[in-house]
Design a protein around this ligand. Structure first.
Ligand code: NAP
Length: 271
């Protein structure tokens, strides 16, 4: 997302960041049609990821590309668009932007309050029957919505926010439910997002632990996120090669129960 929204780097830098991530062992790319500047730029990140994958020297089949439909960007705003006709149009546009016949993982970006949830989900079922998508996932969904969707088609992943500043995915039971059901939980904004991640290096507990364990504050927090459930994956964003490589390193970190507990009980102010 940060490679395509406001403040994005130039294309060659962005491609270097993606290549560095893949070289460091990343196997999942999370994108969306709406990772762009506005309605005139829809598909920017999908086209960028397609180009980065085409020009990468590694094993393409190792990489899963997850994209999303269900939002629009009128004049740069973020709006919901969960009508079946909008979802079909978005899916067909994403197939073209990604340059594929079938999307690996297609996620419903966010429930649309003016469209019956089951009607939106049914549209994804139809796209799956037509072979346009392999797996289906939800995003910004509650447990009851996951269960409603499961009655219509298999839900392979749920992508909700989870970081030390925002833990509602834990307290509202989504991470727990995904663990029980074997559904992948994609933790979005795992570092707190574009603003709050900057507070991590000066957080007293994060600073002390990262110094003691000789890892960066961001890698430490990513490892904490990954430890929150058996099916949790983290999808950190970055605009630099150094941050992308550091993020990938967190996949190999295992924190002790004491280190995890210290972050569990620490206060993370959003102010
Ligand atoms: N489904 C949804 O509704 C939804 C919503 C939001 C996000 N997402 C997904 O979640 C992904 C990540 O979310 P996000 O970008 O909002 O937040 P994030 O991953 O929590 O934070 C990203 C920021 O952290 C910085 N960073 C990363 N690694 C770092 C390191 N090692 N040292 C210092 N800084 C580091 C990056 O800085 P630099 O840019 O300077 O590298 C970047 O600006 C997005 O790319 C998107 O795929 C999904």
């Amino acid at each position: 997302m940060p490679l395509s929204i406001q403040g994005r780097p130039d294309e060659s830098t962005a491609i270097r960041v993606v290549h560095a991530s893949l070289d460091a062992g990343v196997t999942l790319i999370d994108t969306a049609d709406v990772y762009c500047l506005d309605h005139t730029d829809i598909g920017h990140n999908e086209r960028l990821m397609a180009k980065a994958l085409r020009t990468w020297s590694g094993e393409r089949d190792r990489v899963v590309v997850a994209t999303k439909g269900g939002l629009t960007r009128p004049n740069g705003a973020w709006e919901r668009a969960g009508h079946p006709v909008q979802l079909r149009t978005a899916c067909e546009r994403s197939l073209r932007a990604l340059g594929v016949d079938r999307i690996d993982l297609y996620q419903f970006h966010a429930p649309d309050p003016v469209v019956r949830f089951e009607e939106s989900v049914g549209a994804f079922g139809q796209l799956q029957r037509e072979g346009k998508i392999r797996w289906f996932g939800l995003s910004n969904a509650r447990v009851a919505q996951i269960q409603s969707a499961q009655a219509i088609l298999p839900v392979v992943t749920v992508q909700n926010r989870l970081n030390p500043f925002f833990r509602e995915a834990m307290s509202e039971g989504v991470v727990g439910y995904c663990g029980e059901q074997g559904i992948g939980f994609l933790a979005y904004s795992p570092l707190g997002g574009g603003r709050l991640n900057k507070k991590l290096p000066s957080h007293p507990v994060v600073r002390a632990l990262s110094t003691e364990l000789r890892m960066t504050p961001h890698a430490l927090v990513t490892a904490w996120v990954l430890a929150q459930g058996p099916t949790v994956l983290a999808i950190p964003g970055s605009r630099t090669v150094a941050h992308a490589v550091d993020a990938a390193s967190a996949g190999n970190l295992v924190l002790s129960p004491e280190a995890l507990a210290a972050i569990d009980v620490a206060e993370f102010s959003r102010a």
